[in-house]
Design a binder for this molecule. Structure first.
Ligand code: ZN
Length: 302
């Protein structure tokens, strides 16, 4: 009897609004190792929809940083801005199924009416009765009550009832741009992604995306795993918004060492002077995914 190995397709999807910091490199390394260990492909997607924040310069920097760390992706880079038509089509499908409605709430109204939930403000459904069909602004999906569960091998069982915890969420923004949650689902489907490895700060996004999968696509949703989010010395998440510093491009092996240790891996001392390729070869061969700390946040060692 032959065993059928499903083809693994993973991805790394940074936003090119700045260079990679150690937290984003950590996600890159974890997703890369998952993919390579499974003899699968590792795809690079650049989430460049927000053209106010994104630039080709940052995109080029990210690609160079990945190459310097030996993190070679498969196939062509996938740019979100090259798939706008697909997003529009996906949005139309959602609209046709009348699972959404136009939201005309001002930011001020949202601020005063929304309650703070586990994943941000909870929309109170003020526009649920709206029947506008020819409206170019914000559009929300109507959430049916019910428990969503995700069994994450690294975070355990995650539960959300989106109708209570999140409310009807945005699938198209007020400025007409397709929302991240919807674009992301359509991208994973287009690329045939089988597993998403991302930071635990995106657990809320994952649950929304699972909801969209079940309402939008006949394809099986990918598996989702979340690694702990790296905190800076000030206790805040490393992010471009709070100006986390770029990884030091002169010491890729040291950076990889740090990432492996943060992921609970134990590279031997003899690899201290190894090249990035040698380190990654070791890491693929010795990858222990269950050694990843089962935490949502992780302090960076001083
Ligand atoms: Zn509204």
């Amino acid at each position: 009897m032959t065993t059928h190995h499903p083809i693994y397709r993973g991805r790394f999807a940074p936003t090119p609004s700045g260079p990679l910091h150690l937290g984003s490199l950590l996600t890159a390394v974890a997703s890369y190792l998952q993919a390579r260990r499974a003899l699968g492909t590792w795809n690079l997607r650049l989430d460049d929809l927000d053209q106010q924040r994104c630039s080709k310069v940052h995109a080029a920097t990210i690609m160079r940083q990945l190459e310097q760390h030996g993190l070679e992706w498969d196939g062509d880079v996938y740019w979100q801005t090259q798939h706008i038509e697909m997003y529009e089509a996906g949005f139309s499908t959602l609209q046709r199924r009348t699972e959404g409605y136009a939201c005309v709430c001002s930011r001020a109204r949202l601020n005063t009416e929304s309650l703070e939930g586990v994943d941000g403000p909870i929309y109170r459904g003020s526009c649920r009765k709206s029947t506008a069909t020819h409206y170019d602004g914000a559009w929300r999906i109507r959430i049916q009550p019910g428990q969503l569960t995700l069994n994450d091998p690294w975070q355990g069982l995650i539960r959300r009832d989106l109708s209570d915890d999140v409310g009807d969420f945005i699938v198209r923004r007020a400025d007409g741009q397709i929302a991240y949650q919807l674009a992301c689902v359509l991208d994973e489907a287009a690329l045939g992604i089988t597993e998403v490895v991302r930071g635990a700060d995106l657990i809320g996004s994952t649950m929304r995306q699972l909801y969209l999968w079940w309402h939008l696509s006949d394809q099986k949703a990918p598996e989702y795993r979340h690694i702990p989010v790296l905190l800076g010395a000030d206790g805040n998440k490393l992010s471009k918004q709070n100006h986390a510093k770029s990884i030091d491009q002169t010491s890729p092996s040291f950076n990889l060492h740090q990432c492996l240790e943060l992921l609970g891996q134990t590279p031997p001392r003899m690899l201290l002077d190894a090249t990035p390729d040698e380190l990654l070869d070791w890491a693929v061969a010795n990858w222990q995914p269950l050694a990843i700390p089962r935490l949502t946040q992780l302090a960076q060692a001083a």
